[in-house]
Design a protein. Sequence first.
Length: 114
Amino acid sequence: MKSIYVVIGVGVLLMAAGLSACVTQPSGHPSSTTVSTPAGWTTSDLVFQYRQQAAELRDMARRLETEAQFYAQRQDQEQARRSLDLAKELRAAADLADEQAREYRSRLPHNQVY
């Protein structure tokens, strides 16, 4: 007889815990740190990572442009052109990373530090 009351009590506690979880975070409104991000990453982490990636890509592009100037001075126009083409591709990738950072940043609540 007591075991029935224990089973009913545990069942009621589990239902209450499940309902309270549904009330605290509705399924239609996910929190800003869990909106379509890769596993283990928060939105602010992604903003930081994409901004850092964009900065690194721009640095590499600058180095390639300097390298292209060096090759141009040495009369190696083919290598200079290849370096400039690669620098252009890196700048495009940096712009894409910046765009991703802006997209994720727009999902952050106002005044959140990233």
